[in-house]
Design a binder for this molecule. Structure first.
Ligand code: ADP
Ligand code: ZN
Length: 294
């Protein structure tokens, strides 16, 4: 089986070919340019690949409502040329195959639930903490959509007592992304995340905001696993800080063994590592092919 996978990020695109076992057989990557240029490269990559379906995990916001006239569009992004752009339709005209289409983080959550750290579970959350913060939501065996799609990275935060940083989200200031994404760390400490030493107070503050979000998400969605990916989470010292902070926040209220006794296996890095996004797109493509066969 040959399934096309597209991880469409705001800074780079990754395209690949994979199979039903979640194995990626070929990958290319290029910077995200204007849509005509970028999708031109995508189309020439898939041209001779004879894929049976294509899955796309895209940066957003995107339209996920099948009945909507703008289904498959990237909607309100300030990224030049991409606002109100018919991403899915452009590919569909070129390759008439079944398509899976979802947000980049929902795709990663789905990939992790299919082959990675949440394999066998019917719910999980996938966080990416990188240039932005996004949260993919998989619940009761399906990806959560709604009016639009969850935008958990923009939930407002309660401030850390030692933090007077105003936050840099252009919409909300001190939402989670405005306080905890890579650019927020850099703006607060005047140093890039990877330059800060592992015992710097930055990490305790970072863990505080991520843990605050996870605490809320546990109370709202009751996910069976929480997966944390993205560049900032390369700082592995964050994991124990976050687990402890979530435990302190919940204070024994949620009586699940996963939280009370097995936090190390509950809040975890991606099982698929750097390939969570691409494997997620692959899983979306596979699922679209199966749906069509029904
Ligand atoms: P993107 O979100 O664009 O897909 P990344 O997940 O790599 O890409 O996120 C990039 C952000 O993560 C940047 O702000 C960068 O400073 C930060 N970052 C990348 N690697 C590290 C690291 N090892 N430690 C801390 N921060 C990092
Ligand atoms: Zn925001």
């Amino acid at each position: 089986m040959r399934i096309g996978a597209i991880e469409a990020g705001g800074t780079k695109f990754v395209c690949g070919i994979g199979n039903e076992r979640g194995e990626i057989e070929d990958v290319i990557s290029f910077p995200t340019d204007r849509p005509e240029v970028t999708l031109g490269k995508v189309i020439s990559y898939f041209k001779d690949k004879q894929v049976e379906a294509i899955g796309i995990g895209s940066f957003g916001p995107i339209d996920l409502t099948p009945e909507s006239p703008t289904y498959g569009y990237v909607t309100t992004t300030p990224k030049p040329g991409w606002g109100n752009y018919d991403f899915l339709g452009t590919l569909r005209r070129e390759f008439p195959v079944p398509y899976g289409w979802d947000t980049d983080v929902n795709a990663a959550a789905f990939g992790e639930a299919t082959w990675g750290a949440a394999k066998g579970l019917d719910s999980c959350l996938y966080y990416t903490v990188g240039t932005g913060v996004g949260i993919g939501v998989y619940s009761e065996g399906r990806l959560v959509h709604g009016l639009v799609h969850p935008e958990g990275g923009h939930v407002l935060t309660r401030r850390h007592p030692d933090d007077d940083f105003a936050g840099i989200c252009p919409y909300h200031g001190d939402c989670l992304e405005g306080m905890a994404a890579g650019p927020a760390i850099e703006a607060r400490w005047k140093m890039k995340g990877h330059e800060l030493p592992p015992h710097h107070p930055a990490w305790e503050i970072e863990a505080f905001y991520i843990a605050q979000s996870i605490t809320g998400a546990i109370l709202l969605n009751s996910p069976k696993r929480v997966i944390l990916g993205g560049g900032v989470m390369q700082q592995s010292q964050l994991f124990p800080l976050i687990r402890n902070s979530v435990k302190t926040n919940l204070n024994g209220y949620v009586s699940a063994g996963e939280i009370l006794d097995h936090m190390d296996e509950y809040i975890v890095p991606p099982g698929l590592g750097q390939q969570a996004g691409l494997c997620g797109a692959l899983a979306l493509g596979l699922s679209a092919l199966k749906d069509q066969a029904l």
